[in-house]
Design a protein around this ligand. Structure first.
Ligand code: ASP
Length: 338
């Protein structure tokens, strides 16, 4: 297991890109559609759909940045596209919990002000990232959960839907498979039967040099007891300050325990490590050393972009200083500009 992770990690290291987007006043955008992609379980059709959706999300977010809008707007616009696409585990197409319901988590953070908003376990909010943003901008709180979060959504005019909106047959079958698998001693998460994937996230650097980060997910298939992962936890799944922005995806318990997103930024700041090296350490050394897996996207205020992961693949895309759309899925694709 360790050896496999090490080999994949080395390949993923090549994906780290550096640039000087901010120095040139250029915006940048990085997105992910989840780690844990297994090549053998992908069909050509899903792969094509996913690449198309990643492009669409990049186009939606980057248009905001080009128009001079703040990083927060780009993050929100990109994530809404991915939440609306049934191929990702966020919004429509979210995974099912043990009780056959979709329970959604999301968070967003503004690097400039370090204001943040998060929601957990909502079942009727069409675009959870919009509610996370409303929590940040319209309430005095950072994190709301369950029915209280939905009450706040109603009061804030956020679009609500019937829970059946989130259902897809593919995710339902994944739950049936997980339910039929032998009981997992690790508390309903973790083994292959409960594999996580498809969480979405976005990071943006706007023309004024401000960063923002956001993450949205249905969590892990077959989760129980209103389990909440790292995605809505500021510092674990999402973090942004004036120098660094991170959105994570993976086995959430380990991202919470390593305070992954914040750790990446703090390693870079306190240890003076290049951001890509700091991300490499947390994702490909620290988390695997505890038994976890997954990936993250990272964006620096200097335009540095990194996307380390230790799974077969991670849906990801970016527009950096070259202004081109790049989309990739597997570890051996370092740059699929098209
Ligand atoms: N990190 C998410 C969670 O644990 C799952 C994922 O990223 O796929 O809820």
């Amino acid at each position: 297991m360790r050896n496999r992770l090490h080999l994949i990690a080395s390949a993923a290291m090549l994906l780290a890109l550096t640039g000087t987007a901010h120095a040139e006043g250029k915006p940048a955008l990085v997105i992910h559609g989840g780690a844990g992609v297994i090549r053998t379980s992908m069909t050509a059709e899903i792969e094509a759909d996913v690449r198309k959706a990643l492009r669409k999300a990049l186009e939606a977010g980057y248009a905001r940045l080009e128009a001079g809008q703040p990083a927060l707007d780009a993050v929100t616009a990109a994530i809404v596209v991915l939440e609306n696409d049934p191929n990702f585990n966020a919004g429509k197409g979210a995974v099912f919990a043990h009780d056959g319901r979709n329970k959604l988590d999301a968070s967003i953070m503004d690097g400039k002000t370090r204001k943040a908003g998060a929601i957990a376990g909502v079942e009727t909010v069409r675009n959870p990232i919009l509610l996370a943003r409303a929590v940040m901008e319209k309430s005095s709180f950072v994190m709301l959960a369950g029915t209280g979060a939905e009450e706040f959504a109603r009061e804030s005019g956020i679009a609500l839907v019937d829970p059946s909106y989130f259902r897809t047959e593919r995710r339902w079958q994944q739950l049936q498979k997980a339910l039929a698998a032998p009981e997992n001693p690790q508390a309903s998460t973790g083994s292959d039967a409960y594999k996580h994937f498809g969480t979405v996230g976005a990071l943006a650097l706007d023309k004024s040099g401000s960063l923002a980060a956001g993450t949205s997910t249905g969590g892990m298939t077959n989760k129980r007891y209103d389990r909440i992962g790292d995605s809505p936890v500021i510092g674990a799944g999402t973090y942004a300050d004036s120098r660094c922005a991170v959105s994570a995806t993976g086995w959430g318990e380990f991202y919470i325990r390593t305070v992954a997103a914040h750790s990446i930024c703090m390693r870079a700041e306190m240890l003076k490590q290049p951001l890509a090296e700091a991300a490499e350490f947390v994702i490909n050394k620290d988390i695997p050393s505890l038994g976890g897996d997954g990936g993250a996207i990272v964006l620096g205020a200097d335009g540095t972009i990194a996307a380390p992961f230790n799974t077969d693949g991670m849906f990801r895309g970016w527009i950096g200083m070259d202004g081109e759309i790049h989309v990739a899925i597997y570890a051996d694709e370092d740059d699929s500009a098209d």
